[in-house]
Write a protein that binds this ligand. Structure first.
Ligand SMILES: Cc1cc2nc3c(=O)[nH]c(=O)nc-3n(C[C@H](O)[C@H](O)[C@H](O)COP(=O)(O)O)c2cc1C
Length: 227
C-alpha cells in the first residue's frame, strides 16, 4: 500500500517536472529542434560493432539535425510520458545539458534539453568548453569537441518512490542514456567518449545547475579527427 502511494507520488512529481518544463520552454531564449527522423543510415548492429570511445576531435560544426538526433536518443519522448531510455517507475530523474561550442545556427552557451517540447532552453551564454575540460581533471581534449553533453540527476524524483535503492537506479539510468547517446553519435559518424572523472561541484557551478541537481556523466561529442 505504502509502496503504491510512493509510486503515485513519484509519478505526480514527474508530471510536475514536465509542467515546469513547459513553463520554462515558453521562455524567449528557446530553440526548437527539427523533428527527429524515425530512420537512420546505420543499423543498430553496425553502430554496436563500430562504437569506440574517441578523444581526437577536429574543428567542425555539428548541425541542428545532428543535435536533434543526439538529444532525442538521450531523452526523447517516444510514447505519452515515456522516453528512449528506461527509467525506474518512469520517474525520469535525469536532466540533459548541452555545452555548445561549434554548432551551426546555435550560439555558444549552455542549453537544457526539454524532452516534451523537443526544444533547447538557453541557460547561459558563452563557450565554457575549456573550463569544463579543466574541471574534468584537466582532460583538455574535451574542449576540442564541438559540444559537451552533461547528464545530471535530481535524485529525489526517484528516491521519493524507491528510497535509498533509488539512488542506484538513477546511476543505472544515466548509463542507459549515455549509451543511447554514444550509439547515436556512432550512427551519425561522430566521435564521443563517456567521461566520469570530473569535479561535481565545479561542473554544477559552471553550468549553474539549480540546487538539488548533481552532474553524473559527461559525454563530449564532435567530428572525428582524420589520422
Ligand atoms: C563510467 C566510465 C567513466 C569513464 N571516464 C572516462 C574519463 O574520465 N576519461 C576518458 O578519457 N575516458 C573515460 N571513459 C572511457 C573508457 O576509458 C573507455 O570506454 C574504455 O577505454 C573502453 O574503450 P571503448 O569505449 O572504445 O570500448 C569512461 C568510461 C566509463 C564507462
Amino acid at each position: 500500500m505504502m509502496k503504491t502511494l510512493l509510486h503515485l507520488l513519484a509519478m505526480l512529481m514527474a508530471n510536475f517536472a514536465v509542467a515546469a518544463e513547459g513553463a520554462a520552454g515558453s521562455a524567449v531564449r528557446a530553440v526548437n529542434l527539427p523533428p527527429p527522423p524515425s530512420t537512420g543510415a546505420m543499423s543498430l548492429n553496425e553502430a554496436l560493432a563500430r562504437r569506440r570511445s574517441v578523444r581526437e576531435f577536429s574543428h567542425g560544426e555539428l548541425t541542428l539535425d545532428e543535435i536533434s538526433r543526439l538529444a532525442w536518443a538521450a531523452q526523447g519522448i517516444t510514447a505519452p510520458q515515456l522516453r528512449t531510455a528506461p527509467s525506474p517507475g518512469a520517474t525520469y530523474p535525469l536532466e540533459v545539458y548541452l555545452v555548445v561550442g561549434e554548432v551551426k545556427s546555435l550560439a555558444t552557451g549552455v542549453y537544457r534539453y526539454l524532452p516534451c517540447l523537443h526544444r533547447l532552453e538557453l541557460m547561459s551564454d558563452g563557450d565554457i568548453r575549456l573550463p569544463v575540460a579543466d574541471t574534468a581533471v584537466g582532460q583538455t581534449w574535451i574542449s576540442k569537441a564541438a559540444m559537451v553533453v552533461v547528464i545530471a540527476a535530481v535524485f529525489e524524483r526517484t528516491t521519493a518512490c524507491y528510497g535509498k535503492r533509488g539512488e542506484r537506479y538513477v546511476y543505472v539510468e544515466a548509463g542507459h542514456v549515455a549509451q543511447n547517446l554514444l550509439l547515436q553519435a556512432t550512427a551519425l559518424g561522430l566521435g564521443a567518449r563517456p567521461v566520469g572523472a570530473f569535479n561535481d561541484l565545479g561542473i554544477s557551478r559552471l553550468l549553474r545547475m539549480p540546487e538539488g541537481e548533481m552532474p553524473l556523466y559527461i559525454v563530449p561529442v564532435g567530428r572525428i579527427a582524420q589520422s
